[in-house]
Design a protein around this ligand. Structure first.
Ligand code: FES
Length: 105
């Protein structure tokens, strides 16, 4: 049964940064963009680069391996637009950040 899974506390991910968490069988990168949290699949669809370790500029993360870029709000590739990564809903309750255990459809 899908559910929100607690992954971190608000202070764990400073603005402009990201961290990866294992949720079930998935590895999910959670980004803090000016206090708004967004979650996408951590593995880049090119060759699996860890997107949580990428360069973050506003809502865009650049893969640290070969520089493919994705919008962290919906997982869409920002240059070319021919692929996406899965995006997940995020909930903040009190100081706890939780991620929905299945991708947004
Ligand atoms: S693995 Fe991400 S761009 Fe190549």
């Amino acid at each position: 049964m899908p559910s929100f899974v607690p992954v971190a506390l608000v202070g764990d991910i400073p603005p402009g940064q990201a961290k990866a968490f294992v949720v079930g069988d998935l590895e999910i990168a959670v980004f803090n963009v000016d206090g708004q949290y967004h979650a996408i699949e951590n593995a880049c669809p090119h060759q699996g680069g860890p997107l949580a370790d990428g360069w973050i500029d506003g809502n865009v993360v650049t893969c640290p391996w070969h520089a493919w870029c994705f919008d962290v709000r919906d997982g869409r590739m920002t240059l070319g637009g021919y692929t996406t990564v899965d995006a997940f809903d995020v909930q903040v309750e009190g100081s706890t950040i939780s991620v929905w255990s299945e991708p947004r459809s």
